[in-house]
Write a protein of this length. Structure first.
Length: 255
């Protein structure tokens, strides 16, 4: 089954979500290629292990609509049947565009999938991970949004060569300002230890206890939606169904 994996450039290299999907695709022996979206010059996304096309956008334009048009052309010309992306802001937007273009519904929150007699069988997480259900996709075009941390990343050496670049030139709306939140310490997505705070901490001043513990354990700090909504933590630290998916070796919940 011909497959397209949609990735992103994150901090100059191919996103972890794309690397996870690549690992699963190799395990299943799928015939796949990668299309990576980004704005950086010469990112490390190339590999001898798979074909990659870099869709380079202008950072001053909201160009995902134009990116989707380019992806549609690739899918049509190469008769691609299975299209997958990590469940990120970019992945969700692009899969939504494509599912409309091909009149084929997307399947979200996929945590595993297999191929049986030309059909795709998915396992999907619902109710905050408490329940799962299976879907059988029989449509010509199959669109999957893969939940982060569902698979281990493929171990591959990436370089700033071995890929084709397509410049995305469009008349999309202009971006006037970009805010990039500063990061410090271990990050939720990658940390082996997470210390998470909840409403039971009573007051935002008590978060210093969480910070002290996290510092001693070299852990990332997370929080529930309740304390994020209360303004105690930024949204980037929210853990859970409406926040970030984490998969640490140790998870400590406080309050």
């Amino acid at each position: 089954m011909k497959t397209l994996i949609i990735g992103e450039v994150v901090e100059g290299k191919l996103s972890s979500g794309a690397l996870e999907i690549i690992a699963k695709s190799q395990e299943l022996g799928l015939e796949f290629e990668v299309a990576t979206v980004g704005t950086e010059e010469s990112p490390n996304i190339g590999s001898d292990s798979f074909k990659n096309t870099y869709l380079k956008c202008n950072e001053t334009q909201l160009s995902l609509g134009s990116v989707a048009n380019t992806l549609k052309t690739m899918i049509d010309e190469q008769s691609i049947s299975l299209i997958m992306a990590p469940s990120t802001y970019v992945g969700r937007d692009l899969i939504a565009f494509l599912s409309v273009d091909f009149s084929s519904s997307q399947v979200s929150n996929v945590i595993n999938f297999s191929i049986e007699e030309g059909n795709v069988i998915t396992s999907n997480s619902i109710n905050g991970g408490e329940s799962e259900y299976n879907s059988k996709i029989t449509s010509d075009k199959k669109f999957l949004l893969i939940r982060p941390k569902s698979f281990e990343e493929v171990q591959v050496e990436l370089s700033n060569t071995n890929y084709e670049t397509i410049e995305i030139n469009s008349e999309d709306p202009e971006v006037f300002d970009i805010f990039i939140e500063e990061k410090s310490g271990p990050q939720l997505e990658d940390s082996k230890i997470v210390v998470s705070a909840g409403r039971g901490m009573v007051d935002s001043s008590n978060l210093s206890l969480v910070e002290d513990l996290a510092s001693k354990l070299n852990a990332a700090i997370g929080g529930t939606r309740a304390i994020v909504d209360a303004g105690w933590m930024p949204y980037s630290q929210q853990v859970g169904q409406t926040g970030k998916t984490v998969k640490p070796d140790v998870y400590i919940a406080l309050g």
